[in-house]
Design a binder for this molecule. Structure first.
Ligand code: ADP
Ligand code: MG
Length: 347
């Protein structure tokens, strides 16, 4: 009898082990005007259709352009019943606005609309910028304990600086609910990692060269069993137009009404992707000194800011918070990589 049991174990154990061995499943689909890639280590493939259709639904919550969306209705002066998830993101946006002294401001819509980035972008008149600037101020927003939001008439929320991160957090929640612990989600540079790759090794995340899209300046290795971290990069190379030899990009300094010019790329690591997203936009506007000061004092947050010496000079300044997870040697290599464009066309 014991022999039969032993034989049974001998034959069934390998099958059992094979079926338990996690595979790495990958999928990439367009969503939120970018490509959203998801890598999952698990014993069964996720239901991709369900995952991406949930992401679309979540993204719609934060989209002020979408007819009938709660955010659009709010911007149009109505008082729609706001979904809890939207209230949560609005509260986080307000928290980041306060912490950054308004460098990040979710009421940026009048300025963003004026620059018309949705249709490629155009340089507005100074007077119009001044007028729109007076309709941007997070301090005029009220959110009460019940989640009722008040905004001055004619003003508008634009959650573009935090929405992608918020959707990534929702995808992570969905995967957790489905029992997955080890995965990476990348929504065009808004990244969240959970656990370990194949349950074994840290996830590698490349930080791209802000002036050469095929080059990396560094590689982060993040992850740990039962942990999740988000890494978000905001750069002046994502959406911009050029006019008179100058680059005008879509991260605006609410105090001037013009594209922020203190940084060219900011990478933020934070516990959630929505927080990392909002903070990356905030630190981008603040620039190396104030931006790093902000990131340094926040728990679980690290950051790297790259600024340009003289615009277009290819002299770069690279600075990080004290515990940014790159060694001194890796940072030296990153700085060398930044300077390595000599003779090449930047893109
Ligand atoms: P990306 O979308 O390229 O990842 P960001 O996360 O920095 O970059 O978001 C840029 C978007 O954030 C803009 O398109 C606009 O919708 C919004 N935005 C621009 N400037 C600000 C600002 N100062 N505060 C809050 N949101 C902003
Ligand atoms: Mg952002």
């Amino acid at each position: 009898m014991r022999k039969i049991k032993g034989l049974l174990l001998f034959f069934t154990l390998p099958f059992f082990l094979i079926s338990c061995r996690a595979s790495l499943y990958k999928e990439t689909r367009p969503s939120m005007s970018t490509l959203v890639a998801v890598l999952v280590s698990g014993v069964a493939e996720p239901d991709w259709q369900e995952l991406y259709s949930r992401a679309e639904k979540e993204a719609a919550l934060f989209d002020h352009r979408l007819p009938g969306s709660p955010l659009k209705e709010l911007n149009e002066g109505r008082s729609p019943e706001l979904p809890v998830k939207l209230i949560k993101v609005l509260r986080l946006a307000m928290e980041i606005a306060e912490k950054s002294g308004g460098a990040f401001d979710p009421t940026i819509l009048p300025l963003i609309s004026l620059w018309n980035f949705d249709s490629g972008g155009e340089l507005p008149d100074k007077e119009n910028i001044l007028a729109a600037r007076n309709m941007v101020d997070y301090r005029r927003v009220k959110i009460d304990a019940q989640g009722v939001v008040e905004l001055p008439p004619g003003w508008g929320f634009d959650l573009g600086g935090i929405a992608k991160g918020a959707v990534v957090d929702q995808i992570a929640d969905y995967l957790n609910e489905e029992g997955y612990e080890n995965f990476l989600i990348d929504a065009g540079g808004d990244i969240l990692v959970s656990g370990l790759k194949r349950g074994k090794e840290p996830w590698s995340i490349g930080i791209r060269h802000p002036r050469s899209k095929d080059k990396l300046i560094g590689l982060l290795h993040l992850g740990g069993a039962g942990e999740s971290r988000a890494v978000v990069t905001s750069g002046d190379y994502e959406r911009y137009f050029e006019y008179g030899g100058k680059r005008y990009h879509h991260i605006l300094d609410p105090s001037s009404g013009y594209p922020a010019d203190n940084s060219i790329a900011v990478t933020v690591i934070a516990p959630t992707c929505s927080r990392a997203d909002g903070l990356a936009t905030a630190a981008f506007v603040l620039g190396p000194d104030q931006g790093l000061e902000l990131l340094e004092e926040l728990p679980g947050v690290e950051g790297m800011i790259i600024a340009e010496g003289i615009s277009g000079s290819r002299e770069y300044l690279l600075r990080t918070t004290s515990a940014f997870p790159l060694t001194a040697e890796e940072l030296k290599l990153a700085a060398e990589e930044l300077r390595s464009l000599e003779g090449e066309e930047a893109d």
